[in-house]
Design a protein around this ligand. Structure first.
Ligand code: SAH
Ligand code: SF4
Ligand code: F3S
Length: 450
């Protein structure tokens, strides 16, 4: 295989899992001579790691491909080659269609096949035309990736521990694009986390579509849940903080809730999507929980850990959603009091049951509901942040800020905090006295090292 120095540009869309996958793609490409560039024009290989969760996500990819095609033409005029790859969830869902719509594309591969990138590139060269690979291979992708890992940069890192989904919410493409639920064996996760710790990572966020459904096998072949995994990880020296995302209300087990009370390394932040506050909509969504069972989970979590910051996801305008259903969503939001939340207009996804419904909600109505919901969420978020002023919180300093003398870090509640502090403190946790609050961040003064 040709491993002369080459450049790869990777653009990542979608969730944190894609961020993790993009890093792993760089790992696999490094032995082939690929170094990362931030300038697409000079790249020998451009990878778009795509997201299919909502309409605009895929459309953005096609418009980006239009721009890249022009870059590829300029490169060809200069006598150089530029390969274009589409990876991720749009690649998985659209497959050959991408090559039909954007013939300049050379490679199409899904989230479960990127460990085969070297072979895919070789096949592309041999074939002289586009290669599309969207199967779900039986081999363990992660086994194929681990030996090639490059050093991780930075203080905070993502670590995928679980992938795929068997829940089939009626609006969602993830079960089709990521495949069925799979948990990495515990030892594999621990090895990766130890390597991260050795490279200076202090905070690890465990990732999964349903991360709290994690059930990895230990060395004896016993199944361990997320709480057990968190326990093991918190014994690794150097890993000061642990987070996990995204959780499903149905999988919020007692031992995981207890871990929040007992394990000081597990951060008091829970992203727990609910989607709607109306039981009939939740039923039509096939969520497998009610508004009330969700609220009870929140109650249990808060009684174990009273300062827990709760975040969520909402969809407005799911087919058949009435004004009353929407009112129930607003009422649930008022009951919970979110630290932050994401909300989206329903987007019909090809191949999902809800897309077939003849009760689609008009766009104007969806916009009005989205606006109302976001106004409420924004007010809650602002109140949550404002309540921090005057308090002293431990902040993990991650990197230099925009202003001189300033560093940026995160509070336990995942808020961005700007602190006046010396750059040598990057990678440490410092008690910070919070003095100010902006739209999306806090500011404060360094009080002392923790
Ligand atoms: N596994 C996570 C969600 C992953 S998708 C969970 O079950 O909670 C992230 C978010 O995108 C979802 O929580 C949902 O709010 C939103 N989403 C998913 N499909 C959507 C669709 N078809 N239209 C609009 N929003 C959608
Ligand atoms: Fe999608 Fe539902 Fe699975 Fe989450 S649980 S990934 S929303 S199907
Ligand atoms: Fe998007 Fe795929 Fe993640 S559809 S949200 S990139 S799992």
């Amino acid at each position: 295989m040709d491993n002369a120095p080459k450049k790869v540009f990777v653009k990542t869309y979608g969730c944190q899992m894609n961020v993790y996958d993009s890093e792993r793609m760089r790992d696999v490409l490094a032995p082939l001579g690929y170094a990362e560039t931030v300038t697409p024009e000079e790249a020998d290989l451009i990878i778009l790691n795509t997201c299919h969760i909502r309409e605009k996500a895929a459309e953005k990819v096609y418009s980006e491909l239009g721009k890249i095609r022009r870059m590829k033409r300029v490169r060809a005029e200069q006598g150089a080659e530029m390969l274009i790859a589409v990876a991720g969830c749009v690649a998985q869902a659209e497959g050959e269609e991408i090559v039909r719509r954007a013939p300049a594309v050379d490679l199409v591969f899904g989230p479960q096949t990127y460990h085969r990138l070297p072979q895919l590139l070789a096949r592309r060269r041999a074939a002289g035309r586009a290669v599309v690979e969207t199967e779900f291979p039986a081999e363990d992708k992660f086994e194929g990736l681990d030996a090639k890992a490059l050093p991780r940069k930075g203080v905070a890192a993502f670590l995928t521990v679980q992938e795929g989904c068997d829940k089939f919410c009626s609006f969602c493409v993830v079960p089709y694009t990521r495949g069925s639920e799979f948990s990495r064996p515990i030892e594999q996760v621990l090895t990766e986390a130890r390597r991260m710790a050795a490279q200076g990572v202090k905070e690890v966020t465990l990732l999964g579509q349903n991360v709290n459904a994690y059930h990895g096998l230990d060395a004896r072949g016993l199944s361990i849940g997320l709480a057990g995994l968190v326990g093991e990880l918190s014994r690794i020296e150097g890993i000061e903080r642990l987070r996990y995302t995204t959780s499903h209300p149905r999988d919020m087990t007692e031992d995981l809730i207890a871990a929040h009370a007992e394990n000081p390394r597990l951060m008091p932040y829970l992203h727990l999507p609910v989607q709607s506050g109306s039981d009939s909509i939740l039923k039509a969504m096939n969520r497998g929980h009610t508004a009330d069972s969700y609220l009870r989970v929140i109650e249990r979590v808060r009684s174990a850990k009273p300062d827990m910051a709760i975040s969520g996801d909402f969809i407005v305008g799911f087919p058949g959603e009435t004004d009353r259903d929407f009112e129930s969503t607003l009422s649930l939001v008022r009951d919970v009091g979110y630290a932050s939340a994401f909300s989206f207009k329903y987007s019909p996804r090809p191949g999902t049951p809800a897309a077939e419904s003849d009760r689609q909600v008009p766009d104007g109505e969806m916009s009005a509901r989205l606006h109302e919901l976001q106004t409420l969420i924004h007010a809650q978020q602002t109140a949550f942040n404002a309540a921090m002023v005057g308090r002293t919180v431990p902040v993990l300093l991650e990197k230099p800020g925009r202003d001189p003398g300033q560093l940026v870090g995160r509070s336990p509640y995942l808020q961005s905090v700007h602190v006046q502090a010396d750059p040598t403190l990057i990678g440490t946790i410092v008690d910070t006295h919070i003095t100010g609050v902006g739209t999306n961040s806090l500011s404060g003064h360094y009080a002392r090292a923790v």
